[in-house]
Design a protein around this ligand. Structure first.
Ligand code: MLT
Length: 301
């Protein structure tokens, strides 16, 4: 009798698990952006959230949990309930540089499960319009002549924008002041206002402002020019050969998220990335969608 009772209980538990797997997602999901609203990670997250939400049949909310160069937001995802409803977006900055620079309370390799690479963009070396330099060599000369006063915005100590500036300093023998913000969105506001001089900024954030004539671009940190901005030279062409920086973005969920939820999120991610409207928007923002994404090896359909 006792045995039969246990079998019924096990059967009920299995049915509940399978029903909840089938119904995932039954309520809105959240994509946690570890940087401020209005920046490149936020822009990419909002494009993905909108399209993934349609694929999943649920709203995907974008939540900006900012601070400490992205570590607060990534920590929030690492500690979230692993039920598929919390997804983290991050980049080379938040998921590679931060663990290399900081002692963290989470481990990106053991506390998070990668879903997919999304897209990749170089940085642009940009300045406020008030800087008199006309090209990269002129900018380097101007920085050398004014290094006690020159300022560069960063998305926090150890972020990609900070590391880009450090590479630039090392390669040009210059020194200037870094000013940390909660992301590239806020430092762009100060660059536009002329409160800071320089930025090493992802194309997704700076290209729209360059096109609008609000800031000046000197070079991009890539071997080849961006299709949607062919007028901007590469660092090799502009006189700083080899300063290549690619800032890729990807999606993660907390470790322990059920496989069926991961498969559905991956399918929605693939749907979004193969949508021509998303591809066009990414192309305008200087994003390159990688042909092969590592998490594809999961084989989810
Ligand atoms: C942001 O959205 O603020 C950026 O992705 C920060 C960065 O440069 O890593």
């Amino acid at each position: 009798m006792k045995n039969r009772f246990s079998i019924v209980l096990a059967f009920l538990a299995a049915s509940i698990t399978s029903a909840s797997a089938q119904s995932f997602p039954s309520h809105p999901l959240t994509i946690v952006v570890p940087f401020a609203a209005g920046g490149p990670t936020d822009t990419i997250a909002r494009i993905m959230a909108d399209r993934m939400g349609r694929a999943l049949g649920q709203t995907v909310i974008v939540e900006n949990t900012t601070g400490a160069a992205g570590t607060i937001g990534v920590g929030r995802v690492a500690r979230a309930t692993p039920d598929g409803y919390t997804i983290g977006i991050g980049n080379w900055s938040s998921h590679v540089l931060n663990p290399a620079v900081y002692q963290l309370r989470y481990d990106v390799l053991t506390d998070l499960e990668p879903i997919s690479l999304i897209a990749n963009n170089p940085q642009l070396i940009v300045s406020k319009n008030g800087v008199p330099a006309k090209d990269l060599k002129g900018l380097i000369a101007w920085v050398k002549a004014n290094q006690d006063h020159v300022t560069q915005g960063t998305a926090g100590a150890g972020s990609a924008s900070h590391i880009g500036g450090i590479f630039f300093q090392n390669m040009t023998g210059t020194k200037f002041q870094f000013v940390p913000y909660r992301g590239a969105g806020p430092f762009m506001q100060d660059l536009l206002a002329g409160n800071i001089d320089l930025a090493f900024d992802q194309a997704a954030n700076s290209l729209p402002q360059v096109r609008a004539g609000q800031i000046r671009a000197y070079a991009m940190t890539a071997k080849t020019r961006i299709v949607s901005a062919p007028e901007i030279p590469t660092v090799d062409e502009a006189g700083l050969p080899g300063l290549y920086i690619a800032v890729w973005h990807g999606l993660w969920v907390p470790k322990g998220t059920p496989a069926d939820a991961i498969a559905k999120i991956l399918t929605a991610t693939r749907d979004a990335l193969s949508d021509l409207a998303v591809q066009h928007r990414f192309m305008e923002l200087g994003q390159e969608i990688p042909a092969a994404r590592p998490a594809d090896a999961r084989g989810a359909s």
